[in-house]
Write a protein that binds this ligand. Structure first.
Ligand code: DGL
Length: 258
């Protein structure tokens, strides 16, 4: 049997978005192997029914577990809200993290302005998100912005351009005001749109996402179980996608700047 420490760290998402989380984890854990699974054939998750999202998430996780992993990041806000508590019950010994919209850091660093949270319709509808809102709404004005159709730009590799502008104008502009201070990127696809979104919003609005915090938490959980290599070593990064299209793999490495 292989030494558990030598197994890769697993990442999953409904498509290419989770790579925005994995690129942070790659920096934080430079001596580890990684395996990423993007379920682009079933994307988007964010407009599907929670039961179906849960089934799809379990299917991907089972595949990663079959390959062999020593820890797992559900690098998808939508899959996290639909499935993470069931995954924790099913695999209590696996170091496991999910991701949720970074409302807490946005509120804690706020100067009193409005906070917009861009996320998939399903993330916004779920109990997990509504509970998070209820906690922080007392301290700040927070407006959820459902963004059906936005992840598709990243899946296609369209990270700027007039169609993206038109999307922002139609779906985001109605929520903007002179009081908008922060926009939380509550879907892991959106950080790849950050340069263009910042241009659209102008320099005074802050963009926040949870990828660094999630990666740090995953590192902590792996450290706790002594599952990280201390010595420098060459690593392998494996990317898989449920779409049998080599372009998706190429695009994935490109998003990681590799
Ligand atoms: N990347 C996923 C998230 O963080 C959502 C994209 C989708 O709708 O599948 O929520």
């Amino acid at each position: 049997m292989s030494n558990q420490k030598d197994l890769p760290i697993g990442f999953m998402d409904s498509g290419l978005g989770g790579l925005s989380v994995m690129r942070e984890a790659l920096k934080l854990m430079p001596n580890e192997d990684f395996i990423y699974y993007g379920d682009s054939a079933n994307a988007p998750y964010g407009t599907k029914d929670p039961d179906l999202i849960r089934d799809l998430t379990f299917r991907v996780v089972d595949q990663l577990l079959e390959e062999g992993i020593k820890g797992l990041a559900i690098a998808c806000n939508t899959a996290t809200s639909a499935a993470v508590r069931y995954l924790r019950q099913m695999y209590p010994d696996l170091p496991l993290v999910g991701i949720e919209p970074a409302i807490k850091p946005a509120v804690e660093s706020s100067h009193g302005g409005e906070i917009l949270v861009m996320a998939t319709p399903m993330t916004i509808q779920q109990d997990k998100f509504q509970k998070l809102l209820a906690i922080y709404r007392q301290d700040a004005r927070i407006l959820p912005v459902p963004c059906a159709g936005l992840m598709e730009f990243v899946e296609k590799g369209d990270l700027d351009g007039e169609f993206l502008d038109a999307y922002f104008k139609e779906h985001l502009s109605p929520y903007l005001s002179k009081d908008t201070e922060t926009v939380v990127l509550g879907c892991t696809h959106y950080p790849f749109l950050k340069p263009h979104l910042q241009e659209f919003l102008g320099p005074d609005i802050r963009l926040i996402d949870g990828s660094y915090g999630t990666s740090k938490e995953l590192k902590r959980r792996l450290e706790e179980k002594d599952l990280l290599h201390q010595e420098e070593r060459e690593r392998t990064i494996t990317i898989k996608n449920s779409l049998p299209n080599p372009e998706m793999i190429e695009r994935s490495y490109k998003l990681l700047n590799m």
